[in-house]
Design a protein around this ligand. Structure first.
Ligand SMILES: O=P(O)(O)OC[C@H]1O[C@H](O)[C@H](O)[C@@H](O)[C@@H]1O
Length: 524
């Protein structure tokens, strides 16, 4: 069965939202709060270890009920069921989208269980030293060679859960930039390093080129027969991995129903499993599974990903906000935004609808941000006094992991202060001059989580995965393909051939031609 394909702008709810927007666009949240003492109770959701407050948004009860009506009109519930039942909702690639099956502990597919067991025994052998390097030394370093979805998730999680890590160091070689590869290899000893070549397709130019560099580097000291102690692959393309020289036993399979940017829960998470131990990896999956159940079963008006997705549509399509910021008040989460950028922008950066027609409304929002409090001293000026409306998610934790309460109180004081300042501005306050005036009325969501644990992180990441699904269903686009990255890859073949042959005559654009000629000249 295909996904419903309803143009959202033609629904009754959309038309009602357009009219409603006229009433609400000039309303000030400062006034709304002063008249409504229960607002924070009504527009908040308590769930497991999460407290999600979305009351500081430019909404009222009617907005939410119209947004929920929109979700119903575009048949969001049916779409959610179709996804979880494994229907081929990635229609342009004829694939199911089942990253949720990787963490479905109530009903786990045998092949998922088998791969998890394989990951468990491999990671345990590395951690306890039973799997040693070619000279008998214990493994000390794990290098993930992969890009995009085969890099961003594992790196983000390894950084986010640094507190829970064992003695193994992890490294990530993603960029084709040879300088980066050399810098990373400088710090490594081939006798004690495992390379995990992660590529769903096993054909990505950057990954295969980098894998060859590290293999050549390894073979300066080790033999071909030692490769099996140091090289493993994660891929759906087992043939490609074998041809590269990886033994069948060292291949961790992947299924084609796992999209690259949603694959950290699969064997793509092998580096995470090694660095954190299987128990923590499983806890991460279980946290995501909890969020999956919430998303599937909770009424939409208390459903965090649904509410977040709808609010995003509200700002994107009615307030015409172009971007959203995510600011996590935890240094551990410093890789969260690059991860979310791929998740959201690769999924929803589409301009053709599910009927194949060109879209005439805005889709995929730009996601950006960093960690607090650093961000406050950098770009927050624009959030507070710029001309653009930028809804912002604030993510913070009640407990710090190292128990340094003094710093944590200051950190969290800033966390709360920023949403308060963005909301209130200098409303009704006397200011010396217009330069010091803050309009306020800037929207934010606050996600307050008890503690940064593997479970809670799993839930947080799954929340955003489901949010982008909700957006995609409303915008009537296919969120799970990424045809937009193909053209650049093909053109890169032409430009590489021009560089290698020193001949730019096949390059179509004169500006590009001149640039390559200059590049070649500079190198002589
Ligand atoms: O895992 P791979 O097959 O090597 O793919 C790596 C990445 O490259 C592609 O171009 C896609 O844009 C990403 O979605 C994917 O995660």
């Amino acid at each position: 069965m295909s996904l419903p394909a309803i143009n959202p702008t033609k629904t009754e709810a959309w038309k009602a939202l357009e009219m409603h927007f006229q009433e609400i666009q000039t309303q000030e949240m400062q006034e709304i709060f002063s008249e409504d003492f229960l607002r924070a109770d009504r527009f908040s959701i308590e769930w497991n270890n999460f407290y999600v407050d979305y009351s500081k948004n430019r909404i009222n009860e009617k907005t939410i009920s119209l947004l929920l009506a929109l979700a119903n009109e575009v048949k969001l519930k049916d779409a959610i069921n179709q996804q979880f039942f494994g229907e081929k909702i990635n229609q342009t690639e004829n694939r199911a989208v089942l990253h949720t099956a990787l963490r479905d502990f109530d009903n786990m597919k045998p092949e998922v269980k088998e791969t998890l067991n394989k990951m468990k025994s491999f990671s345990e052998a590395i951690i306890n030293g039973n799997h040693a390097g070619f000279t008998g030394k214990k493994i000390t370093d794990i290098v993930n060679v992969g890009i995009g979805g085969s890099h961003l998730g594992p790196e983000m999680i390894s950084e986010a859960l640094h507190f829970y890590r064992n003695h193994l160091k992890t490294h990530f070689i993603a960029n084709i930039d040879g300088d980066d590869v050399v810098e990373k290899l400088k710090t490594l000893n081939p006798e004690t390093t495992i390379f995990i070549i992660v590529s769903k397709s096993f054909s990505t130019q950057e990954t295969i080129a980098n894998a060859n560099v590290v293999k050549t580097w390894f073979l300066q000291q080790g033999n071909e027969s030692d490769l099996q102690k140091h090289f493993v692959a994660v891929s759906t393309n087992e043939k490609g991995a074998r041809e590269f020289g990886i033994s069948q036993n060292n291949i961790f399979p992947m299924d084609d129903w796992v999209g690259g940017r949603f694959s950290l829960w699969s064997s793509v998470g092998l580096s995470i499993c090694c660095a954190l131990g299987y128990k923590n990896f499983e806890a991460l999956l279980k946290g995501a599974f909890e969020m999956d159940k919430h998303f599937r079963n909770e009424e939409f008006n208390k459903n965090i990903p649904v509410i977040f997705g709808l609010l995003s549509v509200w700002y994107n399509n009615f307030f015409k906000a172009e971007s959203e910021a995510v600011v996590a008040y935890s240094q551990y989460l410093h890789k969260l935004v690059p991860y979310l950028q791929q998740a959201f922008m690769e999924s929803n950066g589409k301009s053709v609808d599910r009927n194949g027609n060109k879209i005439e409304y805005q889709t995929g929002n730009i996601v950006w941000g960093n960690v607090g409090s650093n961000s406050q001293h950098a770009y927050f000026q624009l959030l507070h006094q710029g001309t653009k409306l930028i809804p912002t998610d604030f993510i913070g934790f009640s407990k710090s992991l190292h128990g340094n309460n003094k710093n944590h109180f200051i950190l969290m004081a800033n966390f709360f202060a920023q949403t308060e300042a963005l909301w209130g501005g200098t409303h009704n306050k006397k200011v010396d001059n217009s330069f010091k005036s803050f309009e306020g009325n800037k929207p934010s969501n606050t996600i307050l989580i008890e503690e940064l644990t593997p479970e809670n992180l799993g839930s947080l990441v799954a929340l955003y995965e489901h949010k982008l699904f909700v957006q995609g269903i409303i915008w009537n686009i296919f969120s799970y393909d990424q045809w937009g990255v193909e053209l650049g890859k093909n053109v890169a073949k032409e430009t590489l051939s021009a560089i290698e042959n020193g001949d730019t005559s096949e390059i179509k654009n004169n500006s590009t031609q001149k640039l390559i000629a200059k590049f070649l000249k500079n190198r002589t």
